[in-house]
Write a protein that binds this ligand. Sequence first.
Ligand code: 13P
Length: 256
Amino acid sequence: MSLRKKLLAGNWKMHKTAAEGASLAADIAAAIGKETAVDVVLCPPFTALDSVGRALEGQAIKLGAQNLHPEKFGAFTGEVSAEMLRALFVTHVILGHSERRGLFGELDEFINRKVLVALANQLKPILCVGETLAEREAGKTLAVVQQHLEVGLKGVTEEQITTVIVAYEPVWAVGTGKVATPAQAQEVHAFVRGILTQHYGAARAQKVRVIYGGSMKPANAGELLAQPDIDGGLIGGASLEARTFVDLVNAAAAAQ
Ligand code: 13P
């Protein structure tokens, strides 16, 4: 039995209308019931947050967003603030996803501002870190992860750190069908916990969930989730279908 409750989060990315999202959320909730052996979070696009939130009313499943803007309000066309998310009963927010970094040019300093604003608004950040294939082949995996983590968490206090979730998502495994081996993932997860220990002490570092993302499927989840420092999953493709996602939740519960 791990110290840490496993967490399974579905990152729907740019999939599902408001109506489709509500229907998927209702199907997942019906299958999971009030299951509390693991924490489950659904992260639909902004436009489906309201309908999915309604479908999850009274359920144990939590609602997450995929991004936020660090300013409170203002002339930021196309952006959404932490307060706007809170008003929709959002509890978690994915920050620094590799698609935000790679396709939208987000840098560590900007991601760090978002992490601090999320925490100040009682939103739990799911901070994504991870190397590209070129960085892995150049032997830079741990250096890249360290930079994402240390800059991303700058200014996060000892009280706040245990509400942060770190997601290790090797970019070469995201949406490619190429999953990290359990040993590859465990090495990085243990490294992440080591850095958290240096900055926040062992007792706090032991409480932080470090989850894995990148082509996680029911077929490979068991082995990954059995690793001592893998505390759950951030699921893309396999979160878009109720049956597969529920199988993953069950795999996480079995590994708990
Ligand atoms: P896939 O599960 O589709 O590889 O996506 C992982 C991911 O990016 C989750 O945030």
